[in-house]
Design a protein around this ligand. Structure first.
Ligand code: C5P
Length: 232
């Protein structure tokens, strides 16, 4: 399994994301389109970014009744995304429906990941606000196993959890990990974080990096630093 850096393009307009991607003249980074950009620019943005030669991870984190998720996933597969996701919280029935929906497209099925616990959620908040009285690591592993049993390709999780997820679900089960920060950068709202080098050491397959690249003085240099720390 190859390793890769995915840039979280959390912009609020097509113009801003295209201006950002124009900075990359020598490479075509794997791009994550999240809710902000998708809701502001619409589904066409996926096709336009794909036409520019980028792979696209559409990060809409679906969580609804199985029938709604199945039908929505069939629509997303037709957009030509390479990777998309659901919340594991939606249960195995919902995740199985998501796989079915994605498989209805004509082309190769996009990779499907489950979000376990958001990297901005601490164990304390999970226990006190969500009333899940377990260790966060156990919840993450249990959700990952549910995703694996439901036929998903991997999970979005904290880089700190990548090794234990692989031990539980097998080495081919993908770990896609946001919550990446350079040692000399801002942490922002993320809680369970690490550096690109450490994520490599722990065994992430893909790191998802947003603000450390998009808010950098030189985004291309920041992207290359991630690639050299994580992939090379
Ligand atoms: O700017 P930053 O590097 O924190 O961006 C991380 C990206 O990964 C954001 O787009 C966020 O929505 C996403 N994400 C996350 N934690 C998850 C799932 C997705 O931070 N568990």
């Amino acid at each position: 399994m190859g390793k890769g850096v995915i840039i979280a393009c959390d912009f609020d307009s097509k113009q801003k994301v295209m201006d950002f991607l124009d900075l990359f003249t020598d490479e075509k980074p794997f791009v994550k389109i999240g809710m902000e950009l998708f809701y502001s620019a619409g589904p066409e943005i996926v096709k336009e970014i794909k036409e520019r030669g980028h792979k696209v991870f559409l990060d809409l984190k679906l969580c609804d009744i199985p029938n709604t998720v199945r039908k929505s996933m069939a629509v997303l597969a037709r957009l030509g995304v390479d990777m998309c996701n659901v919340h594991a919280f939606g249960t195995k029935a919902m995740m199985e429906a998501a796989v079915e929906g994605l498989s209805e497209g004509n082309s190769k099925r996009p990779l499907l990941l489950a979000v376990t616990q958001l990297t901005s959620t601490s164990e304390e908040r999970m226990q006190n606000e969500l009333l899940i009285n377990e260790k966060i690591d156990d919840v993450v592993l249990h959700y990952a196993q549910n995703a694996s049993y439901s036929g998903l390709d991997g999970v979005v999780c904290s880089p700190l959890e990548a090794r234990s997820v692989k031990e539980k679900c097998g080495n081919k089960f993908l770990t896609v990990t946001p919550g990446i920060r350079f040692t000399d950068g801002d942490v922002g709202d993320q809680i369970r974080i690490t550096t690109p080098e450490k994520a490599k050491e722990i065994g992430s397959d893909y790191i998802v990096v947003g603000r450390p690249i998009t808010s950098a003085h030189d985004p291309v240099a920041a992207y290359r630093r991630c690639v050299s720390d994580f992939v090379d």
